[in-house]
Design a protein. Structure first.
Length: 634
């Protein structure tokens, strides 16, 4: 079917534009802002202390890095498993450029400790002493994997070619015919979604708006699929999303093999990782001894026939043991779990799966979803394209359609494959109403047990505290009050007065609930801002305000992206933007606001300037909706 090829070629062109735009942006950022700002942005740790240097169970040379505890460690960082990094030395923050770069990849991060994979022959002596650091490098691997996936897709025959031709055509997706199964512990639409997955010949989509039990449904679909198939591949865009679905599958009693290391280092998920399973295998001690002997032999004089013969025997035996261990690990696991890019791992070379499940599919570029698809007989995608999208930095690529995910394409072109989950179990009806109407056409219903949930009697579940008119909170003579500012070049926006007001509002609300009740019932609170600079400032304020000390373990402050997939009893959103021009920046991406608003179970408070935000119809109507809710009845 020729119609798919121009579309794939265009995707390839747009991906190249995005690659070049991100590489240039990364270079400008790294070269321009200096080490102190790189640390603030979470793209570097400096200084760090070197810990052990050793070979891990996968025979990779690794180095431990530890950063000293400080207030700056409250900042988010962007290090996670698989990210390419550069180890360097820098004596003073004002120095022109870091020195002695050594390339590596993150193995895992746990608090203030990072483990980095480095080349066998890398000289680490320069990093000893003061001034060592680690910073992110540009991620060539991900783009290479996506480009190769599109190139392979364009040439594909067989099953991958059939999936491609279906996705890019209007041909109706095929279904098997058998009586639907009943799952009494799922609601009607969740049962329908599971059955849709089971009967799909090629593709199925589970569309799960906030709080509708998308993960529960997906886990059940995987569990039922494993009654029909020996093994499935489960992927997601981020390590965090892979961790979450893997943990839920493990709780369901399913054996999961997690390729790569989890973003949150805990015993349950570490025990499921390939590395831990590898070193727990009965043959591993023998393999470790052989690898040690190989390294020792490499350090001796080479060249003699005896040396080569001994090395060949050792390497042959090591390869034999590695193959045996890998065969055992994969044969004992019902689910193989990894990121989308991780599915290109050599560990999966030659493997095929009856079904590939992709969670949070709407957050991934279409090209990324085609990486695991080449291993699939059929695809199941789950997510919500009305929440966070994939990040696209090139305006031209975005305008050309690179930001349209594979899930969005299927929803538009193959609605027969989609099941919309329509009952949500998180929010009170009043919190749900506006995003439900705006994003989901009013299709979502609140479950009876949450419809009227709240914390306080006669409380309004939804509030907007308007900094444009809050004269009790601002000086009438200070026209700069509650105005946004740039937090340094290329670092985003901050609104200091709004941050102070945010904590004042939170304090008043906790006082209304009462300390004893908050602590006894563990009422949890999320403070969200779309801007990282505002998040970091709020965290510092919270940490240095003694009044909040008893409650800090119940309060999370993060960006919208950081709250994806989470929920809290109380959510406060600091919107930041306040200017005379009505400029709202990336707040125009309303899917982020959908995420922010729908994290709340019982109380949602928005803090922002209605005059600035009201330049956009979404915020104008939202403000009017909330104002009408809080108006006294006549």
């Amino acid at each position: 079917m020729q119609s798919s090829f121009p579309t794939i070629a265009e995707q390839r062109r747009l991906l190249q534009l995005e690659y070049e735009a991100e590489r240039q942006a990364f270079s400008r950022l790294t070269d321009a802002i200096g080490m102190t700002r790189l640390v603030e942005r979470g793209n570097a740790w400096w200084p760090v202390h070197l810990g052990r240097v050793y070979y891990n169970s996968l025979n990779q040379r690794v180095v431990e890095l530890n950063r000293p505890a400080s207030d700056d460690n409250d900042n988010d960082h962007n290090f996670e498993y698989g990210r390419p990094v550069s180890l360097f030395t820098l004596r003073e923050a004002a120095d022109a450029r870091p020195q002695h770069h050594i390339a590596g990849n993150v193995s895992y991060v746990d608090g203030d400790r990072m483990v980095v994979i480095v080349p066998d022959r890398a000289d680490l002596s320069h990093l000893e002493g003061n001034g060592a650091g680690v910073m992110l490098s540009f991620d060539e691997t991900t783009y290479r994997a996506m480009a190769e996936a599109l190139d392979r897709l364009a040439k594909a025959k067989g099953r991958l070619g059939e999936l491609r031709d279906l996705v890019y055509s209007r041909r109706r997706a095929g279904e098997l015919t058998f009586a639907p199964l009943r799952f009494p512990y799922l609601n009607t639409m969740q049962q329908q979604a599971v059955n849709k997955v089971l009967v799909a010949k090629e593709v199925a989509v589970v569309h799960g708006p906030p709080g509708t039990g998308k993960t529960t449904t997906l886990v059940e679909a995987i569990y039922e699929t494993l009654h029909r198939e020996s093994q499935v591949l489960v992927c997601a865009q981020s390590n965090m999303a892979v961790d979450w679905i893997s943990e839920r599958l493990t709780d369901r009693g399913i054996s999961v093999l997690r390729l790569g290391n989890p973003s949150r280092v805990n015993d349950k998920m570490l025990a499921a990782t390939y590395e831990r399973r590898f070193e727990a295998h009965p043959d591993y001690p023998t393999l470790w001894s052989i690898r040690k002997a190989i390294r020792e032999l490499q350090g001796h004089r080479r060249g003699s026939d005896q040396w080569h013969q001994k090395m060949d025997r050792l390497r042959s035996r090591a390869t034999e043991l590695e193959i045996r261990i890998n065969t055992d690990l994969f044969s004992q696991s019902r689910v193989v779990a990894c990121t989308l890019v991780g599915s290109a791992s050599r560990l999966l070379e030659g493997m095929r799966f009856g079904t590939v499940f992709i969670d949070e599919a709407a957050q991934a570029l279409e090209a990324a979803c085609w990486i695991p698809a080449r291993r699939a007989q059929r695809l199941v995608l789950a997510g919500d394209h009305c929440q966070l999208p994939a990040t696209v930095k090139s305006y031209e690529a975005m305008r050309g359609g690179l930001g349209i995910s594979l899930m969005e394409r299927l929803v538009a072109m193959h609605p027969e494959t989609v099941t919309l989950l329509t009952t949500q179990y998180r929010m009170s009806r009043e919190i749900m109403d506006f995003p439900n109407r705006w994003f989901y056409g009013g299709a979502i219903k609140a479950a009876p047990e949450v419809e009227h949930r709240g914390i306080l009697d006669f409380d309004t579940p939804l509030e907007w505290i308007d900094t444009a008119t809050s004269t009790n909170e601002k000086s009438e003579t200070d026209e700069s009050a509650f105005r946004e500012a740039l937090a340094g070049q290329n670092f985003g926006r901050i609104n200091i007065d709004e941050a102070l007001l945010t904590l004042a509002v939170l304090q008043r609300y906790l006082e209304r609930i009462g300390r004893e009740r908050v602590l006894d019932e563990r009422i949890d609170i999320g403070v969200i801002s779309p801007y990282r600079a505002q998040v970091q400032y709020l965290r510092r304020l919270l940490k240095h305000t003694p009044w909040f000390k008893p409650y800090r373990h119940l309060i999370t402050v993060n960006t919208v992206d950081g709250f994806q997939g989470q929920e809290r009893d109380v959510i406060i959103v600091s919107l930041v933007r306040s200017n005379d021009e009505g400029q709202i920046g990336f707040l125009r991406d309303l899917r982020r606001m959908n995420v922010a608003m729908t994290r709340a179970r019982m109380k949602l408070i928005l803090i922002g300037d209605s005059a600035t935000l009201g330049s956009h119809p979404f915020y104008r109507q939202l403000h009017a909706h909330i104002t009408a809710l809080s108006a006294p009845e006549s």
